[in-house]
Ligand binder design. Structure first.
Ligand code: BAL
Ligand code: ZN
Length: 877
C-alpha cells in the first residue's frame, strides 16, 4: 500500500454538482443507479483534458451512459478501484448502474445490513462501495435519493434532507424520495431502510422554524430513547445560544443500529448511531452511559455546522471538523454538568490515551502529513488533542474574540470545503491575535514538556517563574521548533488566597489568573509585589496539552489540594502528589525494597475524604489514584507488573488505614428513594462506589457483604455493574455466582451483555486471559459485532495492562490471533485493536521482542488489509 501525502493535494479535475441516486433494495442484489451532473473544474485550468477517474470498490458494473448514450466496455477502463472515462465533454450527465450485496458486507463500510435493516457508513471512503463517484470531501453536490424496497420488510425508508415524495408499488414494494438542498461531500450521504420504531419531538428554532426530531430504534427499545431525545433538544438550544447556530432543515433523524464500527456518524439530517450512544434507561445504562449519550448526541448534532455546512478540503484536515466539534461537545457537557469534573475527565482521557499515542509509533500531528489508510487517523490526536488546540485558541483570544472568529469562519466558508489554516486565519483576522507560531500545534507531533522552577526574592518582593520547553522527537520529526503554549497561572499567598498579579513592566495588577505566553525554549516571568513566598498554581484548567514538571514540594502540592481556587488544579495537585509517591514505590518494588505508603499521603487522602460531601463528584475524582496507564506514561520504561503491584498495595493500604472513613462516606452517599440521573445523584453514586472500591480492596467480610447487597439490591446499572466489577476482582467465592447471575438477568440486552464481557476482560485476576478465551465461544459473543469485540478483546488489550502484558507473551499472541481473525471480516475493527502494539518501544527488551514477533507474524500474512498493515509496519519501524 502507498502513502498519500498532504503535499500532493490537487483540487479535483472535475466537479459533481448534482447526484440523483436510485437505490433498489433486494435480498440478493441491491441495484444502485446514479445520475451525476459532472463538469470540468474551472479552478483546475492545468487539468486540460484529464481523464475522469471515479472511485469504486466491490461494485458490479452493469452499465455506463454519457448524456444518455450507453458506452461499450471499450469506451472506459475498469480497475478494481476505479472507473476511468476519457474524452468526456466539459459538462455532461453520467449514468451508471451497479449491483452490490449489502448482506455480505461485514466491513460495515458503505451499505450494509444490521439486524436485517439496511444502513450506511460512508465516512471516510465508504461511498465508493455504493456507487462510482469522486469520493473526496472537496466534491460537494446536491443529492436526491430514491429508495425502493419491500414494504413489509422495510417499512421505513430514510435518506438525507426532506422527504419529497413517496408511494406504493404493485408488487408489495414501496418507494420514497428524499431531497437534500445543501451541497455536501459524499461521506455525509446516508440511507436507512428497515423495520424501525421512533420517538418524536418538535423543536422551534430561535428564528421560528419548526423542526421534527425523530429517533429510530429497533422495536423493543422504545423505552430507551428519552435521554437521547432530551440531549438533542438541549444541544440544539445550546448551539443557538452559545454559537448563534440554528438547525437548517425541517427534519432531523437519528437511527440507532447495533452493528457500527464507531460511535456515531453525522450524516446530513440523518445521523446514524451505535446503539451504545442512544439507548438508555437507568436499569440498563450507567451514569457514564447517560453522560456519553448526551455528549455524542451533541457532538453529531454540532457537526451540522462544524463539518457539514463547512467541511474538510481533504482528509488531512480531519481535525478541522473533529477537533472543533469535540471542543464544542466538551463545552456543552461542561455547561450541562459540573465544569470541573468534566474537565478532569477529559484531561484524564487525553493523558492516558492521546499522550500514549504521541509517545508511540503512530504519533502524528493534529494535521497528519501522510497516511496509508485514512481510517487509521480517526485518532485521539486528531480528535482530543485537536480539541485542546481549539481550546487554546479560545484561551488566547478570549470568549468574545473567539466568537467573532467563529462568525467570520462561517461568513467566509459556509458551503465550502476548507483547511485548518482557513480556520486559524479566521480566528486571527477576527481577533488581531497573532497565531503564526501557534500553528505549529497542527504540524508538530509529540507532547511538549515544560519544566518549571520558581524563585522568590524577599528583598525585591518578586517571584520569578522560569519555564523551559522541549518537544520530543517523533517518527519522521527528529527535531522540533518551540511552540506557542498558553500557560495559565495563579499565585497563592500564605493564607491560600489568590494574589493579584502584576508582571514586570506592568503599571498595575490585573486579575489573579494570567496567561503566560511560553514561546521560546526558556523564558522567565517575573511577578512584582510578592512579599512572601507564594505557591504557584500552574497550567490552570490544563490550559495546554503538555507534560509539566515543577519544583513544587509535597507540602506545596498538599497546600494546593486544599486551597487552589482552580478546581482542576486542586485535583491535579493530588494527582501529581499521588503519582510521585506511587512512582517512588515502583522504584522500591523494582529494587526489592519494602513498600511503605507515607503517612503524610494517607493524611492528605483523609483530608479530601473528610471534605468529600461538599462536592461528591469532584471528590470521587480526587480520591482515585493515578491510573496504571497514566503511571506508565510517566516512566522511561513501563513496568506493568510493578505498577500494578504498587497501585494495589496503595489502594489496600488506604483502604485499611481509612476503613472507618470509607465506610461512613459510603453510608452517607447511599441515596434511598426514587432513582435519578441528575448531576447531584450521579456525584453521590460516584463517591459511594469509590468508597466501596476501597473497602473491597481491604478484602474483608463486611465489605463483601456491602458489595453483594449492592449487587442484588441496586435499582440502577451504575451500582450493579460497579459491584460486579469489584466482585470480579475479588477472591470471594460469591464472584462466580454473581457473574452467572448477571448474565441470566441481562442476556436479552446486548449492551448490558457487553458490560458483562468487559468486566471479565478487565479483571485483575490471574485467569483473565483464560476466561476471555473461553468467552469467545460464549453464545452471546459475536465476532462480527464491533461492540462485542471492543468489549471483550479490546477490554482485555486496553483495559487490563497487567494481564495483557504478561511476561510470557500470551496476551500478545492472543491479540495478534484475534487481529488476524478479524481482518478479513472488518479491517477497521481489526486495526483499532492494534493500539497496544504501536507502543511496544515503551516496554522492556523482552516484551518488545515478544510484541515484534507477533507484529512480524501479522505483517507476513498474505491478503492483509491496508488498515492493519499500516499500523503493524509502522510499529515495527
Ligand atoms: N465523523 C465520524 C464520527 C464523528 O466524529 O462524529
Ligand atoms: Zn465527530
Amino acid at each position: 500500500p502507498k502513502a498519500i501525502r498532504l503535499q500532493d493535494y490537487r483540487p479535483p479535475a472535475h466537479r459533481i454538482d448534482r447526484v440523483d441516486l436510485h437505490v433498489d433494495l433486494g435480498e440478493d442484489v441491491t441495484t444502485v443507479r446514479a445520475v451525476l451532473a459532472i463538469r470540468r473544474n474551472p479552478d483546475r485550468a492545468d487539468a486540460g483534458t484529464e481523464a475522469l477517474t471515479l472511485d469504486g470498490q466491490r461494485l458490479v458494473l452493469r452499465s455506463v451512459a454519457v448524456d444518455g448514450r450507453t458506452l461499450d466496455a471499450a469506451d472506459y477502463t475498469l480497475t478494481p478501484d476505479h472507473l476511468i472515462l476519457t474524452d468526456t465533454p466539459d459538462a455532461f450527465t453520467l449514468e451508471t448502474v451497479v449491483e452490490i450485496k449489502p448482506q455480505e458486507n461485514t466491513a460495515l463500510e458503505g451499505l450494509y445490513k444490521s439486524s436485517g435493516n439496511f444502513c450506511t457508513q460512508c465516512e471516510a471512503e465508504g461511498f465508493r462501495k455504493i456507487t462510482y463517484f469522486l469520493d473526496r470531501p472537496d466534491v460537494m453536490a446536491v443529492y436526491s435519493t430514491t429508495i425502493t424496497g419491500d414494504k413489509a420488510r422495510y417499512p421505513v425508508l430514510l435518506s438525507n434532507g426532506n422527504l419529497a415524495d413517496s408511494g406504493d408499488l404493485a408488487d408489495g414494494r414501496h418507494w420514497a424520495r428524499w431531497e437534500d438542498p445543501f451541497p455536501k461531500p459524499c461521506y455525509l450521504f446516508a440511507l436507512v431502510a428497515g423495520t424501525l420504531v421512533h420517538g418524536e419531538e418538535r423543536f422551534r428554532t430561535a428564528s421560528g422554524r419548526d423542526v421534527t426530531l425523530r429517533i429510530y430504534v429497533e422495536p423493543g427499545n422504545e423505552d430507551k430513547i428519552g435521554h437521547a431525545m432530551r440531549s438533542l433538544v438541549k444541544s440544539m438550544r445550546w448551539d443557538e445560544e452559545v454559537y448563534g447556530l440554528e438547525y437548517d432543515l425541517d427534519i432531523f433523524n437519528i437511527v440507532a443500529v447495533g452493528d457500527f464500527n464507531m460511535g456515531a456518524m453525522e450524516n446530513k439530517s440523518l445521523n446514524v448511531f451505535n446503539t451504545k450512544y442512544i439507548l438508555a434507561k437507568p436499569e440498563t445504562a450507567t451514569d457514564l452511559d447517560f453522560q456519553n449519550i448526551e455528549a455524542v448526541v451533541a457532538h453529531e448534532y454540532f457537526h451540522n455546522w462544524t463539518g457539514n455546512r463547512v467541511t474538510c478540503r481533504d482528509w488531512f484536515q480531519l481535525s478541522l471538523k473533529e477537533g472543533l466539534t469535540v471542543f464544542r461537545d466538551q463545552e456543552f457537557s461542561a455547561d450541562m454538568n459540573s465544569r470541573a469534573v468534566k474537565r478532569i475527565a477529559d484531561v484524564q482521557g487525553l493523558r492516558t490515551v492521546q499522550f500514549q499515542e504521541d509517545a508511540g509509533a503512530m504519533a502524528h500531528p493534529v494535521r497528519p502529513d501522510s497516511y496509508v489508510e485514512i481510517n487509521n487517523f480517526y485518532t485521539p490526536t486528531v480528535y482530543n488533542k485537536g480539541a485542546e488546540v481549539i481550546r487554546m485558541i479560545h484561551t488566547l483570544l478570549g470568549a468574545e474574540n473567539y466568537r467573532k472568529g467563529i462568525d467570520l469562519y462561517f461568513a467566509r466558508h459556509d458551503g465550502q470545503a476548507v483547511t485548518c489554516d482557513d480556520f486559524v486565519a479566521a480566528m486571527a483576522d477576527a481577533s488581531g491575535v497573532d497565531l503564526s507560531q501557534f500553528q505549529l500545534w497542527y504540524r508538530q507531533a509529540g507532547t511538549p514538556e515544560l519544566a518549571v522552577t520558581g524563585r522568590h526574592d524577599p528583598a525585591t518582593a518578586t517571584y520569578r517563574l522560569t519555564i523551559r520547553q522541549t518537544v520530543p522527537p517523533t517518527p519522521g520529526q527528529p527535531t522540533k521548533q518551540p511552540m506557542h503554549i498558553p500557560v495559565v497561572v495563579g499565585l497563592l499567598g500564605p493564607d491560600g488566597a489568590d494574589l493579584p498579579l502584576r508582571l514586570e513592566g506592568e503599571a498595575a495588577a490585573a486579575g489573579t489568573s494570567r496567561i503566560l505566553h511560553v514561546t521560546a525554549e526558556s523564558q522567565t516571568f517575573t511577578f512584582q509585589d510578592v512579599a512572601a513566598r507564594p505557591v504557584p498554581s500552574l497550567l490552570r484548567g490544563f490550559s495546554a496539552p503538555v507534560k509539566l514538571t515543577s519544583d513544587l514540594s509535597d507540602a506545596d502540592l498538599t497546600f494546593l489540594m486544599a486551597h487552589d481556587s482552580d478546581a482542576f488544579n486542586r485535583w491535579e495537585a493530588g494527582q501529581i502528589l499521588g503519582g510521585r509517591i506511587l512512582l517512588g514505590l515502583v522504584a522500591d518494588q523494582q529494587a526489592g525494597r519494602a513498600l511503605v505508603l507515607p503517612d503524610s499521603y494517607v493524611d492528605a487522602v483523609a483530608a479530601v475524604l473528610a471534605d468529600a460531601d461538599r462536592d461528591p463528584a469532584f471528590a470521587a475524582q480526587a480520591l482515585v489514584l493515578p491510573t496504571e496507564a497514566y503511571l506508565g506514561t510517566q516512566m522511561a520504561v513501563i513496568d506493568p507488573d510493578a505498577i500494578h503491584t504498587v497501585r494495589e498495595f496503595a489502594r489496600k493500604t488506604l483502604a485499611t488505614a481509612l476503613r472507618a472513613d470509607w465506610l461512613a462516606a459510603h453510608r452517607r452517599n447511599v441515596t434511598p428513594g426514587a432513582f435519578s440521573v441528575d448531576a447531584a445523584a450521579i456525584g453521590k453514586r460516584a463517591l459511594k462506589n469509590l468508597c466501596l472500591a476501597y473497602l473491597m480492596a481491604a478484602e474483608d467480610a463486611e465489605a463483601l457483604g456491602l458489595c453483594l447487597g449492592q449487587y442484588h439490591g441496586a435499582t440502577g446499572m451504575t451500582d450493579v455493574i460497579a459491584a460486579l466489577q469489584f466482585l470480579s476482582n475479588s477472591p470471594a467465592a460469591e464472584r462466580e455466582e454473581a457473574i452467572a447471575d448477571f448474565y441470566n438477568r441481562w442476556k436479552a440486552e446486548p449492551l448490558v451483555v457487553d458490560k458483562w464481557f468487559s468486566v471479565q476482560a478487565m479483571s485483575h485476576r490471574a485467569d483473565a486471559l483464560a476466561r476471555v478465551r473461553a468467552l469467545l465461544d460464549h453464545p452471546a459473543f459475536e465476532i462480527r459485532n464491533p461492540n462485542k469485540v471492543y468489549a471483550l478483546i479490546g477490554g482485555f488489550a486496553n483495559g487490563n495492562p497487567v494481564r495483557f502484558h504478561a511476561a510470557g507473551g500470551e496476551g500478545y499472541r492472543f491479540l495478534a490471533d484475534q487481529v488476524l481473525r478479524l481482518d478479513p471480516m472488518n479491517p477497521q475493527v481489526a486495526s483499532r485493536l492494534m493500539g497496544p502494539f504501536s507502543r511496544l518501544r515503551r516496554y522492556d527488551a523482552a516484551r518488545q521482542a515478544l510484541m515484534k514477533a507477533e507484529l512480524e507474524r501479522i505483517v507476513g500474512t498474505t491478503g492483509l488489509s491496508s488498515d492493519v498493515y499500516e499500523i503493524a509496519s509502522k510499529s515495527l519501524e
